[in-house]
Design a protein around this ligand. Structure first.
Ligand code: MLT
Length: 409
């Protein structure tokens, strides 16, 4: 018999979203006529922008012709897409990122996990609490933690509490950590970090020679000019941060799959013997060994996001979801709940009534209103007493869900 990776046995429960899916399926089979409205997982509902569809159709036609057919592409992504990203997402915003520092991939979730391949097991890793569970679970799988305690916190990880008192932006760690996961706009709380707050983290990383893994998957939802879209807008960040971005939420690519990770060439790590190594070289080595690139057709679709037409269409998509977020915020606030996030972010983070445990509130909402949210406890112990509502939905569903939920409160 083959040995298994024992670290998997430390994982507390199933991954959050499949567990929600299991409960919703059980409910739906027992109540086949119930119209369930899913505001749990942050999955987009609106069709892809027309400019992306047109570009993908054209790319499919190229595949039908020997002269324009493409086999394997460059693992790191086609130059046309890497250049469009560097120019529009970074250089146009004053951030110094070059096309060859961009690695196109099939998802930010995958890259947040994959990055652990190039990081050593001795790092002290800090995560926020609540946290996107992928950061924690992949560190557990990689053997970077001990067992979980009764609260579900893994030994060896440093948890940085984000709560209403600190505006859901945690304080700096008291002790030195080597790797820090930050996510802004935040999943799950919807909180955003200001330029000053992010600059404080960059300074900490410089002083402690720490690495920031900056998840900016929701940057397209930022409308406030005081909130940075990229960590590279902060001076010095090139020496301390890797950034993850995605077309999933920006342009509706959750089912189409296209994302990218930025690894600046200035970023250094060290070997156990104290030698300095550039992370770019390691990431490039990993990416080209383990990945064969995103399909040409999809990369052409992603490139079209940056066309004038694509930009207009993407803005309309974002406005649609942000308006949903406002409707959720307003309805739940009016009904007497305390609501955070939902501004510059597609998630509303809502205190449960009378501190009801979040899975209980989830079950009550599902059974009594047929509306699905995400229990805050699934994001860590500091998420207990909260649920998350996703704004990714049709307007009709959001209106109906809010009517049903507020009628029950
Ligand atoms: C979420 O609902 O938190 C996201 O959809 C998860 C993801 O993007 O992987």
């Amino acid at each position: 018999m083959a040995y298994v990776n024992d670290n998997y046995l430390k994982l507390k429960a199933g991954y959050l979203f499949p567990e929600i899916g299991r409960r919703v399926s059980a409910f739906a089979s027992a109540n086949p006529t119930a119209k369930v409205i899913r505001m749990g997982i942050g999955d987009v509902t609106e069709p892809l922008p027309g400019a992306c569809i047109a570009a993908m159709h054209k790319a499919v036609d190229e595949m039908a012709n020997r002269a324009t057919f493409k086999g394997y592409g460059p693992e790191q992504g086609y130059d046309f897409l890497r250049e469009a990203i560097a120019k529009n997402d970074y250089q146009a915003k004053g951030a110094n990122v070059t096309a060859d520092e961009i690695f196109v991939s099939d998802g930010s979730k995958c890259d947040c996990a994959n990055v652990l391949d190039i990081l050593g097991a001795k790092n002290v890793v800090a995560v926020t609490d609540p946290v996107y569970p992928v950061y924690v679970d992949t560190n557990v799988m990689a053997g970077h933690t001990g067992d979980a305690d009764a609260k579900g916190e893994y030994k060896g990880l440093v948890y940085l509490r984000a709560d209403a008192a600190n505006g859901f932006v945690p304080k700096l760690p008291q002790d030195k950590v080597d790797v820090i996961y930050l996510c802004s706009p935040n999943n799950p709380t919807g909180a955003t970090m200001t330029r000053d707050q992010l600059a404080m983290w960059v300074r900490y990383a410089q002083e402690q020679q720490a690495l920031i893994l900056f998840d900016a998957a929701y940057e397209a939802f930022i409308t406030d000019p005081a909130v940075p879209h990229s960590i590279y807008e902060i001076p010095g960040a090139r020496e301390v941060a890797i950034e993850f971005r995605s077309f999933s939420k920006t342009a509706g690519f959750t089912g189409t799959r296209c994302a990218f990770t930025v690894v600046p060439k200035d970023l250094m790590g060290k070997t156990e013997s104290g030698e300095t190594v550039d992370l770019y070289r390691l990431w490039n080595r990993r990416h080209t060994t383990k990945f064969n690139g995103v399909s040409y057709i999809i990369q052409r679709g992603a490139e079209a996001v940056y066309s004038a037409e694509g930009q207009t269409q993407v803005k309309a998509l974002i406005t649609h979801y942000l308006t949903n977020a406002t409707l959720i915020r307003d309805a739940l606030t009016k009904a007497g709940l305390k609501v955070f996030g939902g501004v510059n972010a597609p998630y509303a983070w809502v205190e449960t009534p009378n501190k009801t445990p979040s899975w209980d509130f989830f079950d009550t909402l599902l059974n009594e209103t047929h509306v699905v949210c995400t229990p805050g406890a699934g994001f860590g112990s500091a998420g207990e007493g909260y649920v998350r509502f996703s704004a990714f939905n049709s307007r009709a569903n959001v209106d109906e869900a809010m009517q049903r939920v507020t009628a029950k409160l």
